[in-house]
Design a protein around this ligand. Structure first.
Ligand SMILES: NC(=O)c1ccc[n+]([C@@H]2O[C@H](COP(=O)([O-])OP(=O)(O)OC[C@H]3O[C@@H](n4cnc5c(N)ncnc54)[C@H](O)[C@@H]3O)[C@@H](O)[C@H]2O)c1
Length: 247
């Protein structure tokens, strides 16, 4: 398949989990991929695997983002798409959420998404049929159990911001947000496993499909929103969550 043939795409958080699965799928679909990640070594490994370029970045730092986006655009020779998959999740309920934890979560998840879009926007506007896909979360649509106050606030922010930016960048750039349910990645391996090592059944047993997602299942949805197959779709928040939010 070559649904992204000739497209030049930045993927933040592309060194791991959902971002890495997206980098692999996009490269298979013919895209030239720039993997932007905090972890330079892991980004290099993914870039080598997919024949792309790796750029180290801290998405929460405006100067770092400006340098990294410029380097990626220069290496790719332009920019047609952006996937914002960099993110952090530190579980903590209301009482245990320090001001620093709250600020850091919003700095990476919300400000980071904003800064990368801001730096990429002029390049995307100059392209034809450009796209941005942000990664929100199901909890940003419908918070469930306790323990993730700052994260929920950040993902609600990403979802609302996506719609605001979709208006601002239309009609040149389509901007959407994917809202995953629990997905098996390094992020959840540290937080959503029970003592037996199984994916915490309490998290996914209420999903209609009764299981956690795989990163490749998110990458497929991100591909849809990046390809011309979604050419009449902008400003949506798409749950990809095994039926977590519809019942
Ligand atoms: N895994 C899930 O269950 C799940 C559910 C809903 C939403 N999400 C969201 O999906 C996205 C990807 O998550 P994942 O599960 O693949 O996580 P992951 O931890 O496997 O990957 C996240 C990547 O982001 C990078 N990163 C973190 N902080 C960064 C920074 N400041 N600058 C640049 N890169 C940074 C990390 O180095 C890592 O490579 C995140 O936004 C996450 O919040 C994940």
């Amino acid at each position: 398949m070559a649904r992204l043939q000739g497209r030049r795409i930045i993927i933040t958080g592309g060194a791991s989990g959902i971002g890495r699965a997206t980098a692999r799928l996009f490269a298979n679909e013919g895209a030239a991929v720039a993997v932007l990640d905090y972890s330079a070594e892991a980004a290099e490994a993914v870039a080598r695997e997919v024949g792309g370029v790796a750029v180290a970045v801290d998405v929460s730092d405006a100067a770092s983002v400006a340098t990294a986006v410029a380097a990626a655009v220069s290496a790719l020779g332009g920019l047609d798409g952006l996937v914002n998959a960099a993110g952090i999740f530190s579980p903590a309920g209301l009482a245990d959420t320090s001001a620093d934890l709250f600020a850091r979560t919003l700095a990476v998840n919300v400000l980071g998404t904003f800064l990368v879009i801001q730096a990429a926007a002029p390049h995307l506007r100059a392209a034809t049929g450009a796209t941005i896909v942000n990664i929100g979360s199901g909890v940003g649509l419908l918070p469930t159990g306790p323990g993730s106050t700052a994260y929920v606030a950040s993902k609600g922010g990403v979802i609302a911001m996506t719609k605001a930016i979709a208006m601002e960048l239309a009609p040149e750039v389509r901007v959407n947000v994917v809202c995953p349910g629990a997905v098996e990645t390094p992020m959840t391996a540290g937080t959503l496993r029970d003592a037996s090592g199984d994916f915490l059944r309490g998290v996914t047993r209420r999903y209609a499909l009764g299981r956690a997602g795989q990163p490749e299942e998110l990458a497929a949805a991100i591909l849809f929103l990046t390809s011309t197959e979604s050419s009449f779709v902008t400003g949506i928040a798409l749950p990809v969550d095994g039926g977590r939010t519809f019942h």
